[in-house]
Design a protein around this ligand. Sequence first.
Ligand code: XMP
Length: 312
Amino acid sequence: MVNAKTFVEEAMDEIRSKLVDRGILACSGGQDSTLLAVLASKAAGDRVLTVFVDTGLLRKGERERVETVFRKFSLNYHIIDASERFLSALKGITDPEEKRKIIGKVFIEVFDEEAKKYGARFLLQGTIAPDWIESGGSVREVIKSHHNVGGLPDKMNLKLIEPLRELYKDEIRDISRYLGLDTDIQPFPGPGLAVRIIGEVNREKADLLREVTEIVERGVREEYADTSRRPWQYFAVLLPVHSTGIHGDKRTYGFTVAIRMIDTDDAMSGTFTRPSWDFMDRLSTEITNEVKGINRVVYDVTNKPPATIEWE
Ligand code: XMP
């Protein structure tokens, strides 16, 4: 286990010595890339630009949450609203892998434009040890084309700096805590809500899912105030299924959402959380009362494997 203070000093030295010209990094607001952004800014100040891309597929308040952190640590940052671009590229697309590839491609285009505008020659990337150990040479079947802010392509012609490459998740958390960063961030996939909207993505569905997601996240944090008992990941999925319901004395024909809560150590395998029925009752009632257009809630009782954590 690395010592946080020593690591921070050494990482800053590494960044200072390698970053001899302008550098850029993409921050998703997740634990790794946020730590990288703060370290890079401490080491190199305004010679580093932190870019946050709003894909229109983020959770409610996510952009504001991230910006608050950027401000708190006085980062040189740029937030790009590319939601229109992502949503129009996804129009008519229903295949999960195609959705992932399109999102990855648009992300790279947006980021590349920004890197050129800034005149960046270096790319700082938040690769951590499990990222390269897992992809270490052996040929594995592609289950999903993972997209995150790492893995930006070689053709960008930027020199790579990866100060977190030897770290594991628990060390990332310790160092983040040492620097005063929030460590209670649950993982959120790079393609965002797009992989939780089964079938075609559009703004209306993204808005519905954002509302439900907020209710689920808030509900879980309250129900599991003791973080040691809290599920590792918890979210909602919008299904392309309509069903008949009743609201007051009127017939409804609304969307169905599935709730997914997973207990795991490493996200490689996991079991579904066994919440209390009372809690599920409260969640379901709040969702169907508060989110117009949703009249049915189901719970996913599948472990990983055979299912993956995300539905797409
Ligand atoms: P799966 O669905 O493969 O998810 O069981 C395992 C973990 O990875 C997250 N996930 C992603 N993270 N980019 C990411 O950065 C992605 O494209 C992506 N897809 C899934 C998922 O939320 C879970 O924590």
